[in-house]
Write a protein that binds this ligand. Structure first.
Ligand code: CP3
Length: 344
């Protein structure tokens, strides 16, 4: 049967007259309805593990805006938690985890099969969404890429330069490689279950890929993503994968071929016209409006949105921001971006 959903058509390599659109962090604190449901859940992690409420916040931006895709509501740090790390969120600061930096701590992580005990509610959320989403909306599952998740497991929190992870990589390579391997295996198992539950596409977020230089970028961003994608393609042929090595800059060239991804998501550090010449020539691309336009709006939002659509109109393109929308964004600017992309 011919593929009807616009996002899946773009992912299959089709150039569409109007690019399909969704937005990173589309379910989030810029929306009053999200804040209300999060308050009902109690806290962020309780929301992630409550299938009814997690499905509700996933659906909110679809109801309000009619995005072409819904992204499962969860977090990249649920996998380390399922592997046995303690995880909590400090309001106004971000995530905190118990750290893993030694062979002993690595050995104490739970076996891959055990992650589902913790992650089952996430699969339940996917099942609810695949029943409740409109027929034209694509359901995207996701996980963090191993390097990015490792930076949080090693430091125990977000870090500006991923210093602790880089330090462990140079001081204790066997433990560092062990963490990357456990995350690679865990991510394959996690995404595979999301697909079994109804995810139609999955995305790998390598948010801190930009701090990997030279061979480290190949070995710790590209190769783990390539292993994950190869394993998923074997188990679930035909389910497209989006790779997002954020901050890769000129290293975005060749990422489709090197990882096997169907689509490469680009951040706003690269120019759309450059992306058209150097990345989109290899396949579908996603991106890349600066998320600050969702705060500032106005003519600049409209002209930048048009410029990106025009620059990428010669090949398969999914419109998105270059990174997640921020809590201070104005919901009306999101509507303005969508109207501009759809030409009304
Ligand atoms: O995009 C979506 O709408 C889907 C859900 C989603 C969340 N986090 C919800 C969330 C996705 C795909 C993520 C990915 C994620 N989580 C990444 C990679 C993408 C990126 O932004 O680079 C990272 C690095 C994390 C880890 C994480 N989770 C951090 C650093 C924070 C705190 C930052 C903040 O804004 O407070 C979170 C919390 C988080 N994850 C929120 C949401 C909606 C805010 C939590 C809240 O409601 O208070």
């Amino acid at each position: 049967m011919a593929q009807q959903k616009t996002i899946l058509r773009a992912l299959a390599g089709e150039t569409l007259p109007t690019p399909p659109i969704w937005m990173m962090r589309q379910a989030g604190r810029y929306l009053p309805e999200y804040k209300a449901t999060r308050a009902q859940a109690g806290d962020f992690l309780s929301l992630c593990y409550n299938p009814e409420l997690a499905a509700e916040v996933t659906l909110q931006p679809i109801r309000r805006y009619g995005f072409d895709a819904a992204i499962l509501f969860a977090d990249i740090l649920l996998l380390p938690q399922a592997l046995g790390a303690d995880l909590w969120f400090v309001t106004g600061e971000g995530p905190r985890l118990s750290t893993i930096t030694s062979a002993d701590e690595l050995a104490k992580l739970k076996p891959t099969e055990a992650i589902h005990d913790t992650l089952n509610p996430v699969y339940e959320t996917v099942k609810i969404l695949s029943r409740e989403l409109p027929d034209e909306t694509t359901l995207i599952g996701f996980a963090g890429a191993p390097w990015t998740v490792a930076t949080y497991m090693i430091a125990g929190q977000g870090t500006p330069d991923q210093g602790p992870a880089h330090a462990l990589k140079s001081e204790n390579r066997p433990v560092f490689d062990g963490i990357i391997n456990r995350l690679t295996e865990g991510t394959i198992a996690y995404l595979s279950k999301q697909i079994d539950a109804g995810a139609e596409c999955v995305k790998l977020f390598d948010s801190w890929a930009g701090s990997l230089q030279g061979d480290d970028f190949t070995n710790y961003s590209i190769k783990p993503m390539q292993r994950i994608i190869a394993a998923l393609k074997e188990k679930h042929p035909g389910v497209p994968v989006i790779a997002f090595p954020r901050g890769a800059g000129t290293k975005y060239v060749g990422v489709h071929a090197a990882t096997g991804a169907d689509c490469v998501a680009v951040d706003d550090g690269v120019d759309a016209a450059w992306v058209a010449q150097n990345v989109q020539n290899d396949g579908c691309v996603q991106g890349n409006l600066k998320s600050s336009h969702m705060v500032t709006g106005g003519d600049a939002l409209v002209s930048e949105t048009r410029r990106i659509c025009d620059a990428l109109s010669g090949g398969p393109h999914i419109f998105n921001l270059g990174h997640g929308i921020t809590p201070d964004a104005n919901p009306e600017n999101v509507q303005l971006m969508i109207d501009t992309v759809r030409g009304s």
